[in-house]
Design a protein around this ligand. Structure first.
Ligand SMILES: NC(=O)c1ccc[n+]([C@@H]2O[C@H](COP(=O)([O-])OP(=O)(O)OC[C@H]3O[C@@H](n4cnc5c(N)ncnc54)[C@H](O)[C@@H]3O)[C@@H](O)[C@H]2O)c1
Length: 335
């Protein structure tokens, strides 16, 4: 069966996802798109052989659409995901599930009431080969028990509107999911330290050091550096009681000449995580057939937003802030 996908939001990542589904993913076609930027939507639609609809509801309720991919701005996600649940259609929603935990909980309530999993979140690190290898080293017992996780999240640069708060809610939120997924544990507290700012950072407090204490006591450090200048460098090192699992600075190959060797650092997230997005989309399409979703769930989306909210408070108050989660519904056991 070939699943017919509707895409809502054809900006940076929505366009990439639509093109990938159309050309690199088996078992799915893009049949409908919507974006308030109508010309852009039409352009993307014609590139993938889809129709451009007049509203997001038209995509979600189109009988020709089997499943929906949401890549609109985060503040619209909850409402659009709720409409997908209402229509009984599986949805892959880019992060965040919603900017507030209150909205995330509405999605959880609706999905539980629907009685089957429909929502997957776009935390694509779970499909990145290097992160998967680190997790496998822990799960196999090869490095003993997890003790500490060190994460680096360096972007070359960011526009002025990308504030220090957004660095937490938009970038570090990936490390929130990475930590929870790799360690199989919830984040109990968040602390945010902003020390000497980079002269390249404008008005942003950058870099920032974020510390998570997991419920088990494992410590996680996250260096968030959004004006690192030299490239996009995202990786981690997991320190275990009997060894260490890590990944090298991701490179795009090397040039050796005149007695030296130069390696090329990815310029941005598109290049660094291209194959992870591809694997994520293929896994999601495969899940449409099996009905079993293995990516991040709505619960993971809720937990990520809860940690981001605690992070904002930790920054504002200069305090170590506890993350308060509601009881996990049994519906999400193993999801
Ligand atoms: N997983 C990742 O690594 C990753 C990477 C980039 C972006 N994202 C997430 O994807 C989402 C989109 O990010 P982006 O970088 O593509 O942003 P973008 O601004 O490039 O694209 C957003 C698009 O949504 C459109 N839009 C606005 N209102 C809309 C509406 N009511 N209905 C439908 N579309 C509407 C805009 O016109 C724009 O084209 C964000 O939530 C972002 O956090 C995730």
């Amino acid at each position: 069966m070939v699943f017919r996908v509707g895409v809502i939001g054809t900006g940076n990542i929505g366009t990439d996802h639509a093109n990938r589904i159309a050309s690199q993913v088996s078992g799915a076609d893009v049949v409908a798109v919507f974006d308030v930027a109508t010309e852009r939507a039409k352009e993307v639609a014609s590139g993938v052989g889809a129709v451009a609809h007049a509203t997001d509801g038209d995509v979600i309720n189109d009988p020709e659409v089997d499943a929906v991919l949401i890549a609109s701005p985060g503040e619209l996600h909850a409402e659009q995901v709720l409409a997908c649940i209402d229509a009984g259609k599986p949805v892959l929603c880019e992060k965040p599930l919603a900017p507030t935990t209150a909205e995330c909980l509405k999605v959880i309530e609706a999905e539980v009431a629907a009685g089957r999993q429909l929502v997957q979140l776009g935390f694509m690190r779970r499909y990145d080969a290097a992160y998967v290898e680190v997790k496998a080293a822990l799960d196999s017992g090869d490095i003993g028990e997890a003790l500490m996780l060190h994460c680096l999240h360096r972007n070359p640069t960011a526009p002025d509107w990308f504030t220090s708060d957004l660095a937490l809610t938009d970038s570090v939120v990936h490390e929130v999911d990475t930590s929870r997924w790799l360690l199989g544990d919830e984040i109990a507290t968040v602390t945010v330290l902003a020390g000497k700012p980079s002269p390249k950072a404008g008005s942003a407090q950058d870099p920032q050091l974020v510390v998570f204490e997991m419920a088990s006591g494992v410590l996680v450090t996250v260096e968030s550096f959004i004006h690192a200048q030299y490239g996009y460098d995202v990786r981690c090192e997991l320190v275990g009681s009997e060894g260490v699992a890590s990944m090298d600075t991701p490179t795009l190959g090397a040039v050796t000449r005149r007695g030296g060797r130069t390696t090329v650092v990815p310029p941005d997230w598109r290049v660094r995580f291209g194959s992870a997005y591809q694997a994520e989309l293929q896994a999601w399409v495969d899940s449409l057939a099996s009905g079993e979703f293995h990516g991040a769930s709505a619960w993971d989306g809720y937990a990520a937003t809860a940690v981001a909210e605690a992070g904002l408070r930790a920054r504002a108050e200069g305090a170590r802030v506890a993350v308060e989660l509601v009881d996990r519904p049994s519906f999400y056991a193993g999801k």
